[in-house]
Design a protein around this ligand. Structure first.
Ligand code: AQP
Length: 335
């Protein structure tokens, strides 16, 4: 707890150029918490290396992700914006929590299973213990609420289990966090190429994703190519995964319900609907892109934000870390 404010924590991996899935499922919702909560928003580069990254690209994307945080409305004066590897407490608590996380529970994680399939030549230990590091990210700041997309539900559950287990052994140490997943279909945006699969920034098929930084023509082109079905009716009926996904995206950008969208496009074809979704999405992304362009050209400013965020996060992390060290029996660190 910081000055009587409850804590919010969330992070995004700089493992690719961010998609509208990351935006609608997570990033867009972050700023709503800034007044009421002490908010930590982290660029989780340590998580990103669980999959092999090109070093120069990882570095650039780390700057870009931080710039996008600000461009999406996160005020650095009201939120702690920082890079995970700049605060050593994440890796330190991550290791400790590895020792309180069970092989069996990690084996059940669907993200591990999915990513192992995708990266069969690099099923490393970090990929397996990813959820323990994620639990450390969250528990380090005594977080109450974690705004994430629907795909992170299972990781949040394990973070809760780890916190509860640790508290059970040593007495109250961590706040047991709750996931904050928005109740709309935007909590899980699907791939435009395979609408039964979630949209992911690391997808190699460029037609599967719409990226926050895609230019207008690209956004519209990708929606035009989106996989749908052989019918012609725009409605949220079972089996129409592609159309439901487009309706979810359109609804998230316009605030319209499925019923309203069905009425609006009654009797109209898929071509017209896809164009409307593309234009609406491009219009919504334009101001974010303009602000991103301004910020990303000022590396010195981004580095000043990194320094400020790291100092604040490091300072705030020490309380939990020293409590944990004491409880598990580590000797006091020489000063
Ligand atoms: N398709 C999605 N719909 C809604 N929310 C999503 N999120 C990710 N994809 C969607 C949310 O974005 C936040 C950041 O995710 P992350 O970078 O930590 O990892 P991820 O969930 O694995 O995201 P990606 O885009 O799929 O990355 P890669 O391809 O590197 O694995 C989270 O809150 C997530 O729920």
């Amino acid at each position: 707890m910081y000055k009587d404010k409850k804590v919010v924590f969330s992070g995004i991996q700089p493992s690719g150029s961010l998609t509208i899935g990351n935006y609608l499922g997570a990033l867009k919702n972050f700023s709503a918490f800034s007044e009421e909560y002490r908010c930590y928003y982290c660029v989780v580069d340590e998580h990103a290396i669980t999959v092999r990254q090109n070093p120069a690209e990882l570095r650039r994307r780390t700057y870009d992700t931080l710039a996008l945080y600000v461009a999406c409305g996160l005020d650095p004066e009201k939120n702690v914006l920082f890079v995970q590897s700049h605060v050593s407490g994440h890796a330190e608590l991550g290791w400790i929590l590895d020792c309180y996380t069970m092989f069996g529970e990690l084996s059940r994680m669907t993200q591990f299973k999915d990513k192992s399939k995708k990266n069969a030549d690099n099923i490393n230990a970090g990929l397996f213990t990813y959820p323990a590091l994620m639990a450390a990210d969250i528990l380090l700041y005594q977080t109450e609420l974690v705004p994430v997309g629907d795909d992170q539900k299972q990781h949040l559950e394990i973070a809760r289990d780890i916190a509860t287990r640790f508290n059970g052994i040593y007495g109250d140490t961590f706040i047991v966090p709750d996931a904050f997943i928005n109740k709309t279909p935007a909590a899980r945006i699907m791939s435009l190429a395979e609408p039964t699969k979630k949209m992911s920034k690391s997808d190699e098929n460029e037609n599967a994703t719409v990226r926050i930084l895609d230019d207008r023509d690209t956004v519209i082109r990708k929606f035009k190519r989106a996989v749908t079905d052989s019918e012609s009716e725009i409605c949220a009926r079972e089996g129409k995964d592609g159309i439901i996904n487009l309706m979810s995206i359109y609804g998230a950008f316009t605030g319209k319900s499925f019923e309203e969208i069905e009425r609006e496009f009654d009797g109209k074809g898929y071509g017209e609907f896809k164009l409307a979704v593309g234009e609406t999405c491009a219009d919504a992304l334009a101001p974010v892109q303009a602000e991103f362009k301004r910020l990303s050209s000022d590396k010195a400013y981004l580095e000043s934000l990194m320094a400020k965020g790291a100092a604040e996060a490091h300072h705030d992390s020490l309380r939990t870390l020293s409590k944990v060290r004491r409880k598990i029996g580590f000797t006091e660190r020489p000063r």
